[in-house]
Design a binder for this molecule. Structure first.
Ligand SMILES: Cc1cc2nc3c(=O)[nH]c(=O)nc-3n(C[C@H](O)[C@H](O)[C@H](O)COP(=O)(O)OP(=O)(O)OC[C@H]3O[C@@H](n4cnc5c(N)ncnc54)[C@H](O)[C@@H]3O)c2cc1C
Length: 388
């Protein structure tokens, strides 16, 4: 069995890479260790509508739980900053269907998709990576390929097997916990809510993402180790009557690296994409769009390598140069803002919210807001700069 590319992991990064490679005429194997793509869900499921259009994905109706028109940001004293668009600019997805859709698109383009198939190691000859070892039930076998794409997420091992330093220290991992809740009421079911404060979620935030029909994803991500994420989340819910009368119908948890991107994402015959390359935004914890976008960039470079027959790190470096140029600066800026946010006291947060509550901010997302803040009134700008 010989392929141009073996893609490990059928999350958004892997399926997009496989889809675009197959559309470009490459022979592609896409393997996923789970028995069902998209399950279990470990995600708040929020993403921007413009981003999906940019990566050329029109989500299936059943892959979208609801559309959102912006966000309410709540400071510790309850001051509300409104980021509201005139029309829908975000989706709360059903990742179990969305991830499956992307894998289906890859399969329709000609990629061979295999579930319940673990990558267990790399095949090397004379030090060169020439394939990947796989396990399907008890069947262990090897496939040969010109390039292995590690799209195996935050716990991925492909990078490590290839000798790429993908380690993230425990202190740079946020612990995320989320409940899928039913039977709740929201002020505005078209708007995402974010809550900040030392007692709410130190160094992070609580999110309430409406999924329609009285359901919402209610979760948080924090690096604080004084209390568990569950203690913070349960207290937050108990303190909000509209949530406390609802039921938890699903729980998911996972780590999110908040260290910024890895230094090196390519080696001879190896490319890392998505969370495995830490392309996730360290401020918002959003990684769906970046994973898809970078998957497409990886596919573009690999298609060129297929033409030339050169899969060396130097040839694959085009991918790294492009993703760093296109999203790298944004990730580093988010890292700085996140660090500033962690230093802010509740009084600081209340002060900023007080200055912003009457501003007309349109439908900016939380990340765009950080850029926009730098062009705001001198008093606010000065204050923010003093924190950074
Ligand atoms: C609680 C939580 C909430 C989040 N909320 C949001 C949000 O609201 N919006 C947003 O944009 N992002 C969010 N994220 C981040 C987002 O989920 C990730 O950034 C995104 O899924 C990254 O996609 P990926 O394809 O790189 O990795 P993944 O989606 O993790 O996919 C990797 C795949 O590789 C498979 N795999 C791993 N190892 C192997 C192996 N050895 N062999 C075969 N298969 C393997 C895994 O099973 C998995 O399916 C959240 C994350 C968490 C934990």
């Amino acid at each position: 069995m010989k392929y141009d590319a073996a893609v490990i992991g059928a999350g958004p990064a892997g399926s997009m890479t496989a889809r675009d490679l197959a559309r470009g005429g490459a022979s592609v194997l896409l393997v996923e260790k789970r028995p069902e793509i998209g399950m279990p869900v470990r995600c708040g499921e929020a993403t921007g509508i413009p981003g999906l259009a940019l990566v050329n994905v029109a989500p299936w109706k059943r892959a979208v739980a609801s559309e959102t028109k912006g966000s309410y940001l709540y400071s510790p004293d309850g001051t509300r900053v409104q980021l509201l668009a005139d029309s829908a600019n975000g989706y709360i997805l059903e990742r179990r269907m969305f991830d499956k859709q992307l894998a289906v698109e890859a399969a329709k383009a000609g990629a061979e998709v295999r579930v319940r198939t673990y990558a267990t190691g790399l095949v090397k000859e004379e030090g060169r990576i020439v394939g990947v070892k796989l396990k399907h039930f008890n069947d262990e076998f090897e496939v040969r390929c010109s390039v292995v794409v590690g799209a195996d997420g935050i716990e991925g091992k492909v990078g490590r097997w290839a000798g790429i330093d993908t380690r993230t220290s425990l202190s740079q991992m946020a612990s995320n916990l989320q409940y899928e809740m039913a039977g709740i009421e929201m002020d505005n079911p078209d708007v995402m809510e974010f809550y900040f404060g030392k007692n709410v979620c130190p160094g992070g935030y609580v999110w309430v993402f409406p999924k329609g029909d009285g359901c919402a994803n209610v979760g948080l991500g924090t690096r604080d180790r004084n209390q568990t994420p569950k203690e913070y989340l349960d207290r937050f819910i108990a303190e909000h009557e509209n949530l406390s009368k609802g039921s938890v119908v699903g729980v998911n948890a996972g780590g999110v690296p908040v260290a910024g991107p890895i230094d090196v994402s390519v080696k001879d015959n190896i490319v890392l994409v998505g969370d495995s390359a830490r392309q996730i935004d360290p401020l918002t914890g959003g990684g769906i769009y970046n994973a898809m976008h970078c998957g497409r960039l990886a596919a573009k470079t690999i298609l060129k390598c297929i033409e030339t027959g050169d899969f060396s790190a130097a040839a694959l470096m085009e991918y790294e140069t492009r993703w760093k140029a296109e999203i790298g600066q944004g990730l580093l800026r988010s890292l700085r803002v996140k660090e500033a946010l962690e230093r802010m006291t509740d009084d600081d947060l209340n002060h900023v919210a007080g200055l912003m509550k009457n501003m007309s901010l349109g439908g900016l997302d939380v990340k765009e807001l950080t850029t926009a803040m730098l062009e705001m009134p001198p008093e606010l700008l000065e204050f923010i700069q003093s924190l950074m």
